[in-house]
Each structure stands twice: as structure tokens, then as C-alpha cells.
Design a protein around this ligand. Structure first.
Ligand SMILES: [Zn+2]
Length: 177
């Protein structure tokens, strides 16, 4: 994205060329805090031999739900962390519409989870490890990037990847979890 100050000549309050832009705001403190919690959980699970991928759903600054990958625990190939977190958040709200919520994940959501995110109405995803930085095993349509999904969805969602990536990349770089 272009964060050139020239994009905001009318707004002297935004002189920082690395600062968030109004159309693509960077991760909020609450999103970063949730991601940091998710990373800590993922690392603890991975160290215990479990599924080291954790996702959360936030409504504003409130964490509605945070769940790990439950594929093996639930014997369900679709029970990725993002799916589990969205299901739990929907249960908390007693509704399937999660419009306005944010999905946070330690790893870039796969194609299935991006689809589920859209079905839930979520239009913002913040994640740590990016597809290009991790083992290919985490994606079934490796030829498609999140930018491709973004374009295919008519840019209907915002994606912020690489947030705190350095703190978790060791789990996914060689596909060990
Ligand atoms: Zn997934």
C-alpha cells in the first residue's frame, strides 16, 4: 500500500508516512494484544505437541472468542482455528452475522477460512505469519495469494498480514505444527 504523505495533503494531522491511512487502518492496540495472546497460546500448544495455530474474533476492542485448531480434537477436517473462533463468537452473540467483527490469526487464514469469514460477514482480517513466509502445507490452493482473494472479493475485505510475524514464524516456517 502507498502510505505517501502526499496522499493526505489535506490532513496535517497525518504527517507520519508510516502511520495508518483512513482507508486501511493498521492493527489496533486491541488487535495486537489479541494476536499476542493467540501467539502465546499457539506456542504453548505447539510445545505440548498440539495444534499450534490460534485465532480470535474481536468486536471492537472486545475478544468474543479465541480458539486453537480443533481438527484432531473434533475429528473434523474443517475445524481450523478460524472456523472454531467464528463458531464460538457466533454462539456468544447468538447470531451467525459477525459483520463488523475482526478475525485475528497467528497464521494467514487458508482459502476455506477466508470463505467462511466472508460468509460470516467479517470484512477485516489481521494475521501474523504470511503465506510467503511459511511452509506450503498450510494452503491447498497455493497458486492463489490473499491478494487474489481480495481482488476476487471486489476488495470487500481488509487484510493486514505480517503483524508480529517475527514472534511466531519459527512455528510455521518449516511446517512443524
Ligand atoms: Zn483454514
Amino acid at each position: 500500500m502507498d502510505r505517501s504523505p502526499a496522499d493526505h495533503p489535506e490532513d496535517p494531522a497525518m504527517p507520519d508516512p508510516l502511520g495508518p491511512t483512513p482507508t486501511d487502518p493498521g492493527p489496533t492496540p486491541a488487535e495486537i494484544a489479541a494476536l499476542r495472546d493467540a501467539i502465546a497460546q499457539a506456542r504453548a500448544l505447539a510445545d505440548a505437541g498440539g495444534p499450534g495455530i490460534v485465532a480470535a474474533v474481536l468486536a471492537g476492542d472486545r475478544v468474543l472468542a479465541m480458539r486453537p485448531n480443533e481438527v484432531k480434537d473434533r475429528t473434523d477436517p474443517s475445524r481450523h482455528a478460524e472456523i472454531a473462533a467464528m463458531a464460538a463468537a457466533a454462539e456468544v452473540l447468538a447470531q451467525v452475522d459477525l459483520t463488523g467483527a475482526t478475525l485475528v490469526s497467528t497464521l494467514q487464514p487458508c482459502e476455506m477460512c477466508l470463505g467462511a469469514m466472508r460468509w460470516a460477514g467479517i470484512s477485516r482480517v489481521v494475521f501474523a505469519a504470511r503465506q510467503e513466509a511459511v511452509h506450503p502445507k498450510y494452503f491447498q490452493f497455493g497458486g492463489l495469494t490473499i491478494a487474489d482473494f481480495h481482488a476476487a472479493a471486489d476488495k470487500g475485505f481488509a487484510h493486514l498480514g505480517g503483524v508480529l510475524e517475527d514472534e511466531v514464524i519459527d512455528l510455521y516456517a518449516d511446517g512443524r505444527v
